[in-house]
Design a protein. Structure first.
Length: 73
């Protein structure tokens, strides 16, 4: 079974700004702990500031995710 698919839908928090032309960073609770992933915006023009709660919409193994803000601000 491919464990990577289980990342889609998980919530995380931005630790390094995610946005166009940037390689951001998020921390996601997974596998009984919290892990850091490189992050890109799911919507190409979206800019997501540190501290924002995000949802993983795609995972590219091993350590890259595409995210979108989980809540409207």
């Amino acid at each position: 079974m491919d464990g990577d698919a289980s990342m889609v839908g998980l919530l995380g928090r931005v630790t390094g700004t995610v946005g166009p032309g940037l390689v951001g960073e998020v921390i996601v609770r997974i596998r009984g702990g919290a892990e850091h992933f490189l992050a890109y915006p799911a919507a190409g023009k979206e800019r997501i500031e540190p501290g924002t709660v995000v949802m993983v919409v795609e995972h590219l193994p091993p350590r890259t995710v595409y995210v979108t803000a989980a809540y409207d601000s």
